[in-house]
Design a protein around this ligand. Sequence first.
Ligand code: ASP
Length: 343
Amino acid sequence: MSGEKTSLLILYTGGTIGMMQDPQTGSLVPFDFDNLYDHLPVLRNLDYQLDFYAFDNLIDSSNMTPDFWITLAKKIESNYEKYDGFIVLHGSDTMAYTASALSFMLENLNKPVVFTGSQLPMGMVRSDGRENIIAAIEIAAAKDEDTAMVPEVTIFFENQLLRGNRTTKHNAEHFNAFVSGNYPSLANVGVHIKYNKEYIMKPNFKKLKLHTKLDNNVAILKIFPGITKELVQHTLNTPNLKAVIIETYGSGNAPTAPWFIEALKEAIDKGIIVYNVTQCKSGSVVMGRYETSRDLNRIGVLSGHDITTESAIAKLMYLLGEGFTPEKTKELLQTPIRGEMTL
Ligand code: ASP
């Protein structure tokens, strides 16, 4: 859209950022986004065309569902040609899951989709929401020559722009709420916005392809000392289960107890995918490095390498929804398809 004013669509899904104190009751209630300029008059100084859209059912992101991901992805797709970029205002609790899901659902994304939110409601004096929205807008509008500077799904919080499918919420209090333990930040925001171009995806100029079939017959089994056979078996015997993430220790290690390995093997023999993702916030699964992961390798557990749990669950839902053959699904789970893992 060169020559024209940069146009951005701000999508409000709910969460703390859009809250203000009700003068009558004192509790936090969502404010009317049509009046965003009243809350954030500085937006009038930006020379962009800013449009707003608030979903009907504004939610605390703890109530996020795959159906909402589909609604959100469709909204972006149906407005894709009209806008240069998108800002998604979203609660921080499940932001990493939604950003991961959208990265898989929006194949060939060549425009920015920047997620942001805040730890303090916008209606509060010290809110981090104002800076977050303004920086997210600038990032979504940024160009490198004639194309978008950051044509991917990202999360912006406090002073860092992170790849969406690499992030985890790690702090419930600090303004710097997100971490990307296995991938560098895409931009650092201080006096200037410094883009780390070598880490940002390059546009491929292909047509956007929306994927909206998500299969949530998946589970996460976090390993801990003392985990019982009953718990493992119940999880693996969940009706219709197609895939389970085992959140393992360190570089992908788990108990070597025969009952544990047997339970996983039985599941794999039934066709259930078992995907090994580390509990660590940084570093990678390397199956076979220790004796405690050799058996996992032997029975056909798949390595999630350095993927986050949030990204792994979203990727599983996407791949299972697409209905690839089991072989193809297994291959794609161990291959980076949206920059979500490093081999
Ligand atoms: N519970 C809120 C949510 O995730 C917290 C936030 O907005 O950051 O929707």
